[in-house]
Design a protein around this ligand. Structure first.
Ligand code: IMP
Length: 439
């Protein structure tokens, strides 16, 4: 049975959440494996919008277990708010079996790291201090939490839910954080009591969900239940493969589906890359095909390109197949899903970037250095657009000829088969070219 990873191929906001939601009818388990509430996955079902930041996008389908894997960083307060909001709408309701045992449709890895208030303060103050050189983070404390994980001074969910362990860890960590906050950032310190009192309470509330989720996943694999691994952000924001240092602090690529959830690579059968029909980016950093003109404005307006997490306007530009080829390579993509194709209806001409001009040379591969990338000029092929509203189309051959040509060109330049096309925000506004869950 196929276990499939879904990743973003650009700078995030490609519409991964919607695609995961659509595919959940084929799976029993959906796992988030990295990132935190810097993500914002928007799902629209029957015209009703739900934005998820931490909970996997399988939450709206009954019979699906949603797992927050060990590779995710968790803000407990935000997670509890998200659980409460979903439960108020009738989702994620725990079930009792005949023996009276309670099973929850949401499980949280005991090894996932916790975002604490000092992480958020450090994130905010560092960005403030950096001024024009800031990364443009979401300010959610993501980077400082991953730093602590690697420095082996993080707090994991298994410790958050155990008041004694939490106390022991905070007694060591808080003085060190306070020293850093005071001497480096000139900020107010935290008192041990204020952090411990609040977080031990949050831990109590989350305790019923916390367990060794790697064991749960291994059982699901044995039972041949399909699993969907849901990535957040996008390949060009990956801490290794993205536009470093203007990246997030985790590996967003498909390889991290394994380490971020506790399964081996042999469990994965396919990797789908989500590609928006044009490109967007939030925050700072290079973006070769960015448009600063009326066309960029139009894309932002028609595509409602404002961050689902921070509300920031997204930078918009043409599709870049250099970026997509890079994503195909580092993720080992077995298929591409193109989203928001409907947004391009009405543009007279569309441009597709297939290479960069750098110091008189033509580059076909995504450069590893942002200094090179910043000096690159995109090389475009211009194609004709289409006028028709395509938001109700359900078959590839019903698309206007120019839309088909646009997609075929992208497929050819990227070298990966397009498996699905999304033509609007609603769950129903999409059609498959090939079902990745059927051989
Ligand atoms: P951080 O993940 O909050 O540390 O932010 C680092 C960079 O990643 C910034 O440029 C953010 O705008 C960007 N980023 C983080 N999460 C997302 C996302 O879900 N979508 C798009 N950009 C994101």
């Amino acid at each position: 049975m196929p276990n499939i990873v879904i990743v973003g191929t650009q700078w995030g906001d490609e519409g991964k959440g919607k695609i995961v939601d659509v595919f959940t009818e084929h799976v029993k388990v959906v796992v988030r494996f990295q990132g935190g509430n810097n993500a914002g996955h928007t799902l629209v079902v029957d015209g009703k919008k739900t934005v998820l930041h931490l909970i996997p996008s399988g939450a709206l389908t009954s019979g699906v277990t949603c797992i927050i894997g060990n590779g995710v960083v968790i803000d407990p307060e935000i997670l509890l708010e998200e659980i409460a909001a979903l439960q108020a709408k009738g989702y994620l309701i725990p079930k009792k079996n005949r023996k009276g045992e309670i099973s929850s449709p949401l499980l949280i890895s005991d090894k996932a790291h916790v975002i604490l208030p000092y992480h958020k303060r450090i994130d905010f103050l560092r960005e403030q201090k950096a001024g024009r050189d800031k990364i443009g983070t979401t300010g959610r404390g993501i980077g400082p939490t991953y730093e602590d994980k690697m420095a082996r001074m993080g707090i994991r969910m298994g410790e958050l839910v155990d008041p004694e362990l939490l106390k022991k860890r905070l007694e060591v960590i808080i003085p060190e954080k306070n020293y850093f906050l005071k001497t480096v950032l000139g900020a107010e310190p935290f008192s041990f009591e204020e952090v411990y009192d609040v977080y031990s309470e949050l831990g109590k509330k989350l305790a019923p969900y916390v367990q060794n989720t790697s064991i749960f996943l291994s059982e699901a694999i044995k039972k041949k239940q399909n699993i969907l691994f849901e990535g957040a952000q996008g390949t060009s924001l990956d801490v290794d493969h993205g536009t470093y240092p203007f990246v997030t602090s985790s590996n967003t690529v498909a390889g991290n589906a394994c380490s971020g959830s506790g399964v081996g690579p042999t469990a994965i059968n396919g990797v789908l890359g989500i590609a928006k029909a044009y490109t967007t980016r939030v925050g700072s950093g290079p973006f070769p095909t960015e448009l600063f003109d009326e066309t960029g404005e139009q894309l932002r307006k028609i595509g409602s390109e404002f961050g689902a997490t921070t509300g920031r306007p997204r930078r918009c530009g043409w599709i870049d197949t250099v970026v997509l080829r890079h994503a195909a390579r580092v993720n080992g993509l077995t298929g591409v899903i193109v989203t928001k194709l409907d947004v391009l209806s009405g543009f007279k001409e569309l441009k597709i970037c297939d290479g960069y001009r750098y110091q008189g040379k033509v580059l076909k591969e995504f450069p590893g250095s942002i200094d090179v990338l910043n000096a690159c000029e995109p090389i475009y092929t211009t194609v004709k657009g289409w006028k028709e509203d395509i938001s109700g189309i359900k078959k590839f051959n019903k698309l206007p000829a120019n839309a088909r040509k646009y997609l075929q060109k992208i497929e050819k330049l990227t070298g990966v088969k397009i498996m699905m096309i999304s033509v609007g925000p609603d769950r129903e506004q999409q059609f498959l070219l090939k079902n990745p869950f059927r051989a």
